[in-house]
Design a protein. Structure first.
Length: 386
């Protein structure tokens, strides 16, 4: 059974690429004079007196290096407020962008420099400027948890509905990162609770995926849709079960989330709980009458998957609630055969004690005893056959 790939794609979108790193210590390229290179280095190393002297000599205040960085962008990145203020006093262009379309405001917000954010906004910085990936200052402040900057940007009218190239918005980022206070602030400003990213995931899905129970509770209380399918046909319940977030599973079940929803592998939440061996999640799903004998792709049942991976407690729970012990997958392999093949002694003991049939053969004509390799398992099977 193929696990759903970890939901990390959007997190990667939020990390500035190496193009954003400052390459100030390398020799100046032909396009820049030595003075221009020194000017940028001075912004990087917080040498305000050098900046002042070079400005008096007529240096181009808006000079950009090969990666589009200006002295203002550099100073904003590293929190050199005195240099930022000096450059702003000399009318540096606050809205120039680097090679990734990041402005000084975006970079200052990302790095938590609230005083610089305020100074830039006072000089007319475009509050909703976006990078080539569609990332805004608000998104980065939310993602990084810079509350004061978020408050400032919201008060100044930052657009909370902006989306990245993958259609991720600020609310989704807050939910993904577990920023409960940010979620509250964005919802208070009218953030769309049902907005979907390019793969149809929502803020609720992202919070469920990462186990942020308080945020899940908040979103559900606000009426977030909980059965919407993501592009891979999974729901918040499915993804919470897959990653073992029992409290989130219980919250979603309490709202009536569809329990036997199937993904592209025809797996259900219980299928995944059995696969990873999460007993508490399995119990919650079974209590709500999840189908314990559902067959996913290739005929794998929850019991077969639990046995394959040696999850003895889950095996017992499934059998107690009606799982058919001798069901076979598409290759004719039973739970006992899988447990025997993978040397799961305790699982073999449990299945034998519950009456698993030793005589069943797979499509290759082999019994569990013929598939076993571990001496202890072989002895157990032989003893039971007598």
């Amino acid at each position: 059974m193929n696990d759903i790939k970890k939901f990390t794609r959007f997190a990667h979108v939020l990390v500035f690429s190496l193009l954003f790193c400052i390459m100030l210590l390398v020799p100046a390229v032909q396009a820049a004079s030595e003075d221009e290179t020194e000017f940028l280095k001075a912004a990087f190393s917080a040498r305000a007196e050098v900046i002042q002297q070079m400005l008096e000599k007529g240096i181009n205040i808006n000079h950009q290096n090969e990666m589009g960085f200006t002295a203002l962008i550099i100073a904003a990145q590293y929190g050199h407020a005195d240099i930022v203020n000096l450059l702003l006093e000399k009318n540096a262009d606050v809205n120039l962008k680097n090679a990734g379309d990041a402005t000084a405001l975006i970079i200052a917000a990302k790095n938590g420099h609230a005083d610089i954010v305020n100074a830039l906004l006072a000089k007319g910085a475009k509050i909703d400027a976006q990078t080539t990936d569609g990332i805004s200052a608000l998104m980065l402040a939310v993602q990084k948890g810079h509350g004061a900057i978020v408050d400032t940007l919201l008060a100044k009218g930052a657009d909370i509905h902006l989306q990245t190239r993958d259609k991720v918005n600020a609310l989704m980022l807050a939910a993904m990162e577990g920023r409960a206070d940010m979620v509250d602030k964005l919802l208070a400003k009218g953030a769309k609770i049902d907005a979907q990213a390019s793969d149809n995931t929502t803020a609720l899905y992202m919070a469920a995926r990462n186990g942020h129970t308080a945020i899940v509770e908040t979103l559900l209380a606000k009426g977030a849709p909980f059965d919407d399918l993501a592009a891979n046909d999974t729901t918040p319940l499915f993804i919470a079960a897959q990653y073992g977030h029992t409290d989130v599973v219980n919250l979603l079940l309490s709202k009536g989330a569809k329990i036997d929803v199937k993904d592209k592998n025809n797996a259900t939440p219980l299928t995944l709980a059995a696969l990873i061996g999460n007993l508490d999640v399995a119990k919650s799903l079974i209590k709500q009458r999840a189908d314990v004998n559902h067959k996913a792709s290739n005929g794998f049942t929850p019991l077969i998957l639990a046995a394959q991976n040696g999850h003895t407690a889950v095996i017992g729970e499934l059998l107690e609630h009606g799982a058919k012990i001798d069901m076979q997958n598409d290759d004719g392999v039973t739970a006992l055969m899988w447990a025997a093949m993978h040397d799961h002694v305790d699982a073999v003991k449990t299945l034998l004690a519950k009456g698993a049939d030793l005589r069943i053969k797979s499509k290759t004509g082999k019994t569990a005893a013929e598939m076993a390799k571990d001496p202890t398992v072989i002895d157990l099977l032989k003893a039971s056959a007598k």
